[in-house]
Write a new protein. Structure first.
Ligand code: AMP
Length: 129
């Protein structure tokens, strides 16, 4: 069965898309730690980060870097942090999280956003790529 992220990539489940190319897809996390929390996913469905082939792994990092630079232009923060967990969704994804304090990367503090805010954030990041 396809992962939830494969369904998002195929457009079978909606997402707040930030960017896409042939190999990778970036979209806002639906339960964000902070405004601008973005997930970057390889289209190839692989469970664990370090099981990716080296080229896809490097491509994922490079694509994530572009997204992180755009996030930093749009969301006031000290820096963009990166985390890879994957305990909930077994399809490789990089979390890019705008950080003001350590708590922002601890997955305990969550922010609630309205659909309009998600849309506006995704659009702003996308326009700053
Ligand atoms: P983890 O697998 O532990 O790295 O966490 C998976 C992340 O995916 C969590 O931060 C969820 O909020 C996020 N997530 C799960 N389903 C969706 C979805 N449909 N759209 C956006 N983000 C999602």
């Amino acid at each position: 069965m396809s992962s939830i992220f494969t369904k998002i990539i195929k457009g079978e489940i909606p997402s707040y898309k930030v960017a896409e190319n042939d190999e990778f897809y970036a979209f806002l996390d639906i339960n964000p730690n902070a405004k601008g929390h973005t997930l970057v996913v390889p289209k190839q469905e692989v469970n664990k980060l370090f099981d990716l082939d080296e080229e896809t792994y490097s491509g994922l990092m490079s694509f994530s870097r572009k997204i992180a630079i755009a996030i930093e232009k749009v969301i006031p923060c000290n820096r963009v942090g990166m985390a890879v967990i994957g305990l909930e969704v077994p399809h490789v994804h990089v979390h890019l999280i705008p950080l003001k304090e350590m708590e922002d990367i601890q997955f305990t503090k969550k922010v609630k956003l309205e659909p309009e805010e998600f849309k506006a954030i995704a659009k702003a990041i996308s326009e700053n790529l």
